[in-house]
Design a protein around this ligand. Structure first.
Ligand SMILES: Nc1ncnc2c1ncn2[C@@H]1O[C@H](COP(=O)(O)OP(=O)(O)OP(=O)(O)O)[C@@H](O)[C@H]1O
Ligand SMILES: [Mg+2]
Length: 482
């Protein structure tokens, strides 16, 4: 046996992963660690905080999951009711579900309990699941905040905190919740933050949550995987439908995700594709959670070939067979481009990413090229052709973009990042459009029956035991994160 083979066979064992966990990871096909895993697992096992940057599809999930699992398996102490030993925060519900699946797979047979806390589905079953205490909780910040405030979850014993898609979690829509959540965890907690993108101003914010972190940058932030062949097609907005349908007629586009900037746009693209004879599923924030997860599951298991999505599906989603990503339009934030196209070309596989660009989007395209440090080749130019005529039988609705037509999960409506243009001074001063109030107002608004005193927890969470519906007017604000 050569030395190289020996190293391969030892794989994760050389990083400190042993016993049942090593066996389960190997059985799941994790035998040869990826660079981010090689660099991030040993320091986490040693107890260090991690600031980890690695490209999309490069194995960041196992890079944080395996060391936490390894530490928890080694613990002898019992869990207290309503507590979680480790907390993993993710920006979307679908990503949280996927992370839990990966953890279950990696820890099969290792007697690790996991639970999900996310919005859009019944809280009762979540509360029940965490009642005896869990090893690893995977959550979106909105529902997690509710459960902590209502006393159904206690974070004081949480010794591991992970922010997956860390730059998104520290963006405007999430930062306040995330800061409060972090404050409520154990003082000696270990923190890890991972992403493929990390704008400088967000990296600064991250320092507030990390202690003497090991910085790992497998490749510079925002760089795209070499396996993804990227190109641009110049087309006016009115031409894009026809261009997309012609493209999709090619069966080599086996499994395609089409990104749209707005929820209405995603619905319109889906409708137009149906009119043109293509069956497509759609996922965006105005759909019920069941419909969202079903669309993703159908796409994942291959029963639909095309998924039309907003940026809600841009981050973290791992569907190994996606052959193509089409950007029907450019995203408001350049980083989203990196995540969108990163749904293909994962784990060393090939992938193709095509961006349809109207002349009005040239500025956004240049910004994308700046952050990915690459000029994108134009492979087709339709600007000289006339606009296609719409079938008069098709009703043409004029659409004025409503304020909540873009996904609000952390993104800013104005497309800027926190701090841009104001020297960062008022970064957390004002709330972005419609950001929810975290704690109930001190006096006057407390519903009858809620205790007046002793409910103000030192961790910044205010206990609330009244009827939750009354506080939010019976309905969760539409733009509330997860
Ligand atoms: N060591 C490994 N051996 C085999 N497969 C692996 C290994 N590590 C990760 N993978 C697989 O690679 C794929 C991508 O991993 P993962 O989803 O963790 O990427 P990521 O870096 O989190 O990407 P993103 O930035 O898009 O979230 C998954 O299907 C995962 O199962
Ligand atoms: Mg990931």
């Amino acid at each position: 046996m050569t030395n190289e083979n020996q190293a391969d066979q030892n794989g994760f064992a050389t990083l400190g992963i042993t016993g049942a966990l090593l066996k389960a990871a190997n059985a799941a096909g994790f035998t040869d660690p990826k660079p981010i895993q090689v660099q991030a697992i040993p320091p986490q096992i040693e107890g260090r905080d991690i600031f980890g940057i690695a490209q999309t599809g490069s194995g960041k999930t196992a890079a944080f999951a395996l060391p936490i699992l390894s530490k928890i398996i080694g613990l002898g102490t019992k869990r207290r009711p309503k507590t979680a030993r480790a907390l993993i925060l993710a920006p979307t519900r679908e990503l949280a579900v996927q992370i839990e699946d990966t953890i279950k797979l990696l820890a099969k047979g290792a007697h690790i309990s996991t639970a999900l806390v996310l919005g859009g589905v019944s809280r009762y079953s979540q509360v029940k699941k965490i009642a005896p205490g869990v090893d690893i909780l995977i959550a979106t910040p909105g529902r997690l905040t509710d459960l902590v405030r209502e006393g159904d979850l206690i974070l004081a014993d949480t010794k591991w905190l992970v922010l997956d898609e860390g730059d998104r979690m520290l963006d405007m829509g999430f930062i306040n919740d995330v800061k409060r959540i972090a404050k409520a965890t154990a003082p000696n907690r270990q923190t890890a933050l991972f992403s493929a993108t990390m704008p400088n101003e967000i990296a600064e914010l991250a320092k507030g949550l990390l202690k003497d972190a090991v910085r790992i940058e497998v490749s510079p932030q925002s760089t795209t995987a070499a396996e993804i062949v990227q190109s641009v097609v110049l087309a006016r907005t009115k031409q894009k439908r026809q261009v997309l349908s012609k493209m999709l007629a090619d069966e080599a586009m086996r499994s395609v995700i089409v990104f749209s900037r707005t929820k209405h746009g995603a619905d319109r693209v889906t409708k137009d594709l149906a009119r043109d004879g293509f069956d497509a599923a759609v996922i965006h924030g105005n759909k019920s959670q069941n419909a969202r997860q079903k669309a993703l599951n159908d796409f994942r298991d291959g029963s639909v070939r095309i998924l039309v999505a907003t940026d809600i599906a841009a981050r973290g989603i791992d569907v190994p067979g996606i052959s193509h990503v089409v950007n029907f339009d450019l995203p408001d934030e350049a980083e989203s481009y990196v995540h969108r196209i990163g749904r293909t070309g994962r784990n060393g596989r090939d992938g193709i990413a095509i961006t349809l660009c109207d002349p009005s989007e040239n500025g956004k395209l240049r910004q994308v090229e700046r952050i990915i440090r690459m000029k994108l080749p134009v492979i087709a130019d339709h600007l000289g052709s006339p606009d296609p005529q719409r079938d008069p039988k098709e009703r043409t609705e004029r659409h004025i973009e409503p304020a909540n037509d873009r996904e609000q999960h952390g993104g800013r409506r104005d497309g800027r990042r926190p701090g841009s243009g104001n020297n960062g001074k008022k970064r957390f001063g004002g709330k972005p459009g419609g950001e929810r109030q975290f704690a109930p107002k001190p006096q006057g608004e407390r519903p009858a029956g809620a205790k007046p005193n002793g409910e103000h927890k030192p961790d910044g969470f205010k206990r609330f035991k009244g009827n939750n519906k009354r506080r939010f007017g019976g309905k969760r604000p539409a733009n509330r994160a997860a």
